[in-house]
Design a protein around this ligand. Structure first.
Ligand SMILES: Cc1cc2nc3c(=O)[nH]c(=O)nc-3n(C[C@H](O)[C@H](O)[C@H](O)COP(=O)(O)O)c2cc1C
Length: 177
């Protein structure tokens, strides 16, 4: 029987929303699934009962969450015989030619640098809501969006996540043995 653990890092809630959506889909399939924020994770969590683990992080200034990456570094020897996936959430992936593992700079980097070879990696577009960010972040991100020909209006509150692709990911991940 499959039992799933999802550990996520999210600052403004989009990665969290994706993870709880995945949990909802799994529960509908009558699968047991726990979801934990890396902030609340007991780092020595007992992984024995879990068959599947999903790690999820958003990108800030080019980087995945440090605490999550450190946890993977420290405990990946406990992943033996489990199906382990990683999903990255960022705004670069809003572009059609940057929304695949091999075309998105952050997942490409992760695959090269991670000490653990995940069974499955995917990347999804996140959310842009300028009003949520502090002044510095707001201007910095607007500059990045301007360079990449994205939305620069501070009233923008847009979810780019393609939920159909998340459904596809779930199916693929669960089918791995
Ligand atoms: C200050 C800041 C910096 C960001 N830096 C990047 C970045 O370097 N590359 C990128 O693709 N997206 C970047 N993003 C976009 C986030 O990854 C995106 O908004 C994501 O949905 C955030 O997920 P969260 O709500 O789970 O934290 C940045 C967002 C903010 C607010």
């Amino acid at each position: 029987m499959k039992k799933i653990l999802i550990i996520y890092a999210s600052r403004f809630g989009q990665t969290e929303k994706i993870c709880f959506y995945i949990q909802e889909q799994l529960l509908m399939k009558k699968l047991a699934c726990d979801v934990v924020n890396i902030i609340a994770l007991d780092e020595t969590v007992n992984l024995i009962d879990y068959t599947h683990i999903l790690l999820a992080s958003s990108i800030y200034y080019g980087k995945h969450n440090k605490a999550l990456l450190t946890w993977i570094d420290k405990y990946h020897d406990r992943f033996l015989n489990k199906i382990v996936g990683f999903i990255s959430v960022n705004l670069t992936a809003r572009k059609p030619n940057r929304d695949r593992v091999d075309t998105n700079i952050y997942t490409k980097k992760l695959m090269i640098e991670s000490p653990y070879q995940f069974d499955i990696v995917d990347v999804f577009a996140g959310k842009l809501n300028y009003r949520q960010y502090n002044l510095l972040d707001r201007y910095m991100l607007r500059f990045v969006m301007w360079i990449t020909k994205g939305e620069t209006n501070f009233d923008t509150n847009k979810e780019y996540t393609d939920w159909g692709r998340i459904d596809g990911f779930i199916e693929k991940w669960l089918s791995l043995t």
